[in-house]
Design a protein around this ligand. Structure first.
Ligand code: ZN
Length: 194
């Protein structure tokens, strides 16, 4: 599944939005690294030009449901159709793109039945092992960097959000985190399709 060696995977959830996502793309481009964006379908429909920028920059795209649905609040059928609606948004705005198989459940929560159904439909569920909690108002960039330094291992998946809630903190810590990871010899790669 993942290559061996010192690869780590930066991931960004909840975009794409014009206030934050282009700034993330600028930082990633500055360090010439790629990441994986778990997108919310309705944001793609609202901001197709931002979606296109992510695609054009060569990052990997994952599905994060159509409107950030919490699996435990709905039936498996409703969940699956919401996930399919997100793929439809992706495909509508970029017909030549592959249909994403990467899926991250919002809040990291989906029922057993939902996870089984997603697996049967061919989705690869991707969680994380380093949760920066960049969405918490009390978090400081310093604390987030320390956590990344403490918890990152080869193969780690680091969770950020390109959202309004995470904006300032995340954009401050991101360059520092990338510089530290590169100094430590980590390769920052996209999560592949397989
Ligand atoms: Zn989310």
């Amino acid at each position: 599944m993942f290559r061996t060696g010192k690869a780590v995977y930066l991931t960004f959830d909840d975009g794409p939005i014009p206030e934050v996502t282009p700034q993330v793309l600028d930082i990633l481009a500055r360090y010439q690294v790629k990441a994986t964006f778990f997108m919310v379908g309705e944001n793609i429909d609202k901001h197709p030009e931002v979606f296109e920028q992510v695609v054009a920059a060569g990052h990997s795209i994952g599905n994060h449901t159509y409107n950030h649905l919490k699996g435990w609040d709905c039936s498996t059928d409703d969940y699956l159709s919401n996930v399919a609606q997100c793929n439809k948004a992706i495909f509508t705005h970029h017909p030549s793109i592959y249909i994403p198989v990467l899926f991250r459940p919002p809040y990291g929560k989906a029922t057993f039945s939902q996870r089984l159904a997603l697996h049967r439909e061919g989705y690869r569920l991707i969680y994380w092992d380093v949760l920066t909690r960049d969405y918490e108002a009390t978090r400081t960039p310093e604390a987030m960097l320390k956590q990344i330094q403490r918890e990152t291992r080869p193969g780690s998946i680091i969770n950020f959000h390109d959202s309004l809630k995470s904006n300032e903190r995340m954009l401050t810590v991101l360059p520092q985190a990338i510089e530290w990871l590169q100094r430590k010899g980590y390769r920052l790669e996209v999560i592949g399709e397989r």
